[in-house]
Each structure stands twice: as structure tokens, then as C-alpha cells.
Design a protein around this ligand. Structure first.
Ligand code: AMP
Ligand code: GLY
Length: 424
């Protein structure tokens, strides 16, 4: 079978890498791909936002399955275009992807079906939002309602800061139409956790839990980023807590959406906070997490095509996932200056040496091939994942591999999965 993957990050490289291991797969294509993906899959020069052109390609090449990585094409309806043409696709419809595309849509479903989350209110009027803020205590949580590439969330310590955040969405248009409405929600505290599951619209099949690191520097200092590392499993998550998350969060969401006439087929990603009163939802995503996927997929023993085809076909009840006992740590190597301004185009060395080390996989994120060399092309450049018998070994292997890799300005966190070593 031929498979087409849409996307260009570390998540998509991990997907290509895992899909290629399937005995069902003859060839993998990727749009737009990156420097690392280009070595394993055939890059196709099609505009990734032109869904009809992508579907033409899938038809002409008899692609057996198209796998959509990022949220933007999902929310924009790529799945609907493919499905209308009878093409098999992995990823939820535009309607279902609203779970990620609109915070208030997700909140409404959660509230209606009793899924634990922070209380929230939606505003389009600055005066009303400011009056509501004044009735709350600090800290304040303000979120742009639509997709804002992870940048539309403000945790404000003072009322003035919170008002500023509302102003930048509603009055200054800083997030375009994504900020035409804002959600003001209750502040929650606790460790964060990502639980991803396959769903066919009726059943959920959870994957192993993971944790990501959002801040730029060690000890969770610095600005929020797209993610600086991840690990799986998460020792603080007991079997009982995991079961609770499946029963109290994932199942009611899928069943609730189904009751609303929305069949959710794809990966449902619950971003959770483990509060003193139990797990509560921060957000849902309609896709695999990045960089969680780079720590989850190396642990998957089973053929990933099986659940993907079953999801696309609408029935996962016959599929079982098998996981390795080994744990995995993923460290993101970023460009100097990221998450603010950074330069690109620097040659990366040591990739081949690093990727043959025991238990190690190097996934490319912001790279490209230029005159036969791999060069940096983004803020988050590489993801170094390593399996190990325990987190001490996984960390040792990941950081030993990183020693081999270099590019100008390279920076990364040294504390990825360290807390898991101490706990488990
Ligand atoms: P989100 O994109 O909604 O996951 O928010 C990004 C980050 O903001 C989360 O990972 C949390 O660290 C923080 N955050 C979001 N909502 C809340 C909340 N209600 N209380 C405390 N922190 C939050
Ligand atoms: N790791 C966060 C995300 O994928 O949205």
C-alpha cells in the first residue's frame, strides 16, 4: 500500500518512520516534509493547503491512506474533501476538529457531558469581559477562542495584565479572527499530562501517557514554546488514574460528540491537569501531539497502520495495541534564540553517527536538504528520542547522541525526563 503523510515537523517524521515499518506499506509520500523526512519518504511538491490538488495526487497514485499530522488542515476540512472523493484518510472531519479549533465548542461539549474542566465564559465585548474579570480573583486565564498556534493563552497575575490580554484579542486583533472571542476560565494547578487515543467515533483505544515540556529552559523557566521535550510513560500516572481519565474524559467526549451527531474519527488528544480534585481538561487537540508522539511511537510494538486503517474504516473494535516495556525520552534541539528570533540555514553535523546509537531515533523538525547537506530551517530543529530500560538509561542514551550532533546556536533542555528518573 502507498501512504501519504501531510505535515513537516518532528511529529510527521516520527509518523513516517513508524508507518514505514509496517509490512503493509510499499511507499510513503510526504507533503511538504523536511530534510529528514526526504531521506525516508518521497517529497511531493504540492501546496499543502490545496486540498483538491492533494486529493488529485492521492487518486492518481492510488494512495491507500492519507495521514494528516497538523490541526490547521483538519480544521479547514481536508478530511471532508478526501472523504467526499472516496479517499481513505486518517484525521477527524472539520466538524469534529472543532474540538481543537474552537475552545468554546470543546467547553460546551465538556459541560454538557460532565467532563471535568475549568469553568469558563465566552466574551466578544470588551466591557463585559473586563467586568467579569473584575469579579474574579488572581491569577486569571484568558484564551483566544480559535487556533493561535499555542500562543493564544495568557496566564495573568494581575487584573491589568488580564485586561491587556483581552484587549489584544478583542480590540487589537492580535490573533486575527481566532481572537474575535475570548474565553476567560478558572485557574487550575497541578502537573500536566497528555493522553492520546485512537477513536473510530464510538470506541476509544488509548495510547500510553506522555508529558511534554512547554517552557524554553531547564526548571520550566523562560517563555512557552511549541515543546522542548517529552517522555513516556509518566510515573505519577497510576493504572487507576489512567482508567479514570479514559472513563471520565475520553469516553464521555466521544460518546457526547456522537450524541451531537458528530462521529470523531482520528486521534483525540486530552491535555490534562492533575489537580487536587482529580484530572481536569486543559484542552483537546484533534491530532497527535508534538513532541509527545516522538516519545510514544518508539514504544509502540504494533503496526501503526492497523489502528489507522481501522479508524479510517470506522471500526477499531478488532484492534489491540501492543506496547514495549521500555520507556522513552525525547529532547528537542532548538535554534539559538528560539522561541523568539532565530537564524536558519546552518549546517547540521553528526546526524548519522547519532542515529545509529542503541535505542536512538533522530526525528527532524525544522530542517531541509540544501546542496546535499542538512541545514536548519526552523525554531525546533531536531528531536532526539531514546528508548531505555528505565528513564536513567533513556536519558543517558539521548544526551550521548546529542553530544554527536552540532549546529551553530544549538540549545536544548538538560532536564528532560529527570523528574521521571526520580519517581520511577
Ligand atoms: P492550552 O493551550 O489551553 O493547553 O494552554 C497552554 C498552557 O497554559 C497549558 O499547558 C497550561 O500550562 C496553561 N493553562 C491553560 N489553561 C489553564 C488554566 N485554566 N489554569 C492554569 N493554567 C492553564
Ligand atoms: N504538545 C502540545 C501539542 O501538541 O499541542
Amino acid at each position: 500500500m502507498k501512504v501519504l503523510v501531510i505535515g513537516s515537523g518532528g511529529r510527521e517524521h516520527a509518523l513516517v518512520w513508524k508507518i514505514k515499518q509496517s509490512p503493509m506499506v510499499d511507499e510513503v509520500f510526504c507533503v511538504p516534509g523536511n530534510g529528514g523526512i526526504a531521506r525516508e519518504a518521497t517529497d511531493v511538491p504540492i501546496d499543502p493547503s490545496d486540498f483538491n490538488a492533494l486529493a488529485d495526487f492521492a487518486e492518481a497514485q492510488s494512495i491507500g491512506l492519507t495521514v494528516v499530522g497538523p490541526e490547521v488542515p483538519l480544521v479547514a476540512g481536508i478530511t471532508d474533501v478526501f472523504a467526499a472523493r472516496g479517499l481513505k484518510v486518517f484525521g477527524p472531519s472539520a466538524k469534529a476538529a472543532q474540538l481543537e479549533g474552537s475552545k468554546i465548542f470543546a467547553k460546551d461539549i465538556m459541560e454538557k457531558y460532565g467532563v471535568p474542566t475549568a469553568a469558563a465564559k465566552l466574551f466578544t465585548d470588551y466591557g463585559e469581559a473586563a467586568a467579569y474579570l473584575a469579579s474574579l480573583d488572581a491569577p486569571y486565564v484568558v484564551k483566544a477562542d480559535g487556533l493561535a498556534a499555542g500562543k493564544g493563552v495568557f496566564i495573568a497575575k494581575t487584573l491589568a495584565e488580564a485586561e491587556d490580554a483581552v484587549r489584544s484579542c478583542l480590540l487589537k486583533g492580535q490573533f486575527g479572527s481566532a481572537g474575535d472571542s475570548v474565553v476567560i476560565e478558572e485557574y487550575m494547578e497541578g502537573p500536566e499530562l497528555s493522553v492520546l487515543a485512537f477513536s473510530d467515533g464510538k470506541n476509544v483505544m488509548p495510547m500510553v501517557p506522555a508529558q511534554d515540556y512547554k517552557r524554553a529552559y531547564d526548571g520550566d523557566e523562560g517563555l512557552n514554546t511549541g515543546g522542548m521535550g517529552s517522555y513516556s510513560p509518566v510515573p505519577i500516572v497510576t493504572a487507576e488514574l489512567y482508567e479514570d481519565i479514559v472513563e471520565l474524559v475520553l469516553k464521555p467526549m466521544i460518546e457526547g460528540l456522537s450524541a451531537e451527531g458528530i462521529e470523531y474519527r482520528g486521534v483525540i488528544y486530552a491535555g490534562l491537569m492533575l489537580t487536587k480534585t482529580g484530572p481536569r481538561v486543559l484542552e483537546f487537540n484533534a491530532r497527535f501531539g508534538d513532541p509527545e508522539t516522538q516519545a510514544i511511537l518508539p514504544r509502540l510494538e504494533s503496526d501503526i497502520l492497523e489502528p489507522m486503517l481501522a479508524v479510517a474504516g470506522g471500526d477499531i473494535s478488532g484492534v489491540k495495541l501492543k506496547w514495549k516495556d521500555e520507556v522513552c525520552a525525547t529532547v528537542v534541539l532548538a535554534s539559538g534564540g528560539y522561541p523568539t528570533d532565530y537564524e536558519t540555514g546552518f549546517e547540521i553535523t553528526g546526524l548519522d553517527e547519532a542515529s545509529v546509537m542503541e535505542g536512538v531515533a533522530v526525528f527532524h523538525a525544522g530542517t531541509k536538504l540544501s546542496e546535499g547537506k542538512i541545514v536548519t530551517a526552523g525554531g525546533r530543529v531536531l528531536n532526539v528520542s531514546a528508548l531505555g530500560a528505565d528513564f536513567a538509561q533513556a536519558r543517558e542514551r539521548a544526551y550521548a547522541a546529542i553530544e554527536k550532533i552540532s549546529f551553530e546556536g544549538m540549545h536544548y533542555r538538560k532536564d528532560i525526563a529527570l523528574r521521571a528518573v526520580d519517581m520511577g
